[in-house]
Design a protein around this ligand. Structure first.
Ligand code: F6R
Length: 249
């Protein structure tokens, strides 16, 4: 995993946008996986303002809360429409978001995996990071090989997402996430510093689902200084970032 340390949340978003721009420079019709949550909001604002042509992009998302209709203000579908997708110029037929309001969530999970496969897999998956190390809603203890499925939220996650959050979700599995051709994880603020340390420098373990990024050949973790505060090898990563251009990457 490549760790990129930027001064603040604005710089994190700008660097992430740079990677999104590079993807569009080489592929006009990519498949993009989206995360919900506070962290990617600045990136999504930059994507909206970028002038890039998203009309041929196929969008998927990581997860959804169970029991909420698409218009519910707490639903991730609503969040992604409001904060990114509406106004981006992507036709509805290119947007496949998990539906947590369905009775048969196992069938939805299966259909979702099939849709991912039919799209040829995800080119770039945006990820956030839970304070407990979760990715998507793969809470600690989730199998590193897990597929899209219904999942009960951890109490810490429920507290972070606030009052009235459903206890159940449907989420891409860790195994599903690892199949994306590239991963772009963003983490900002000191509350994420311990989780960042655990996924980047701790052991690969299902107790820290984000540590699965260690298995991925193209995983980038972009953090601000606050989220990088507990990294033992922070200086190394700053050094890499300063020198990278010399080898033309
Ligand atoms: C949301 C998701 C979660 C969040 C994580 C961090 O789709 O998959 O894993 O990325 O809970 O949330 P924020 O960014 O709000 O701190």
């Amino acid at each position: 995993m490549e760790v990129i340390i930027r001064p603040d949340a604005d710089a994190v978003a700008a660097t992430a946008m740079d990677f999104v721009g590079r993807l569009y420079a080489r592929k006009a019709d990519p498949v993009v996986g989206l995360a919900t949550g506070k962290t990617p909001l600045k990136l999504y604002a930059l994507m909206r303002a970028s002038g890039l042509d998203f009309s041929r992009t196929r969008f998927f998302n990581l997860d959804e809360l169970v029991g909420l209709g698409a218009a519910d203000p707490k639903s991730f579908r609503r969040f992604l429409r409001d904060n990114l997708l509406d106004g981006l110029g992507a036709p509805d037929g290119n947007i496949r978001l998990l539906d947590g309001s369905l009775q048969d969530l196992e069938a939805e999970a299966e259909a979702y995996e099939a849709a991912l496969k039919a799209a040829g897999g995800i080119d770039l998956q945006v990820l956030g990071l839970g304070r407990n190390g979760h990715i998507g809603f793969n809470e600690p203890g989730s199998s590193l090989g897990s597929r899209t499925r219904p999942k009960t939220l951890d109490r810490d996650t429920l507290a972070d997402y606030g009052e009235g959050t459903p206890r159940f979700s449907i989420t891409m599995g860790i195994g599903t996430i690892l199949e994306a051709r590239s991963l772009l994880m963003l983490a900002t603020g000191e509350a994420k510093a311990e989780a960042v340390r655990r996924i980047a420098e701790g052991p690969l373990t299902s107790e820290t689902p984000g540590s699965a990024l260690q298995l991925h050949p193209r995983a980038r973790l972009i953090v601000d200084e606050a989220a990088a505060a507990r990294l033992a090898r922070g200086d190394y990563w700053r050094w890499v970032w300063q020198n990278k251009w010399r080898v033309g990457q």
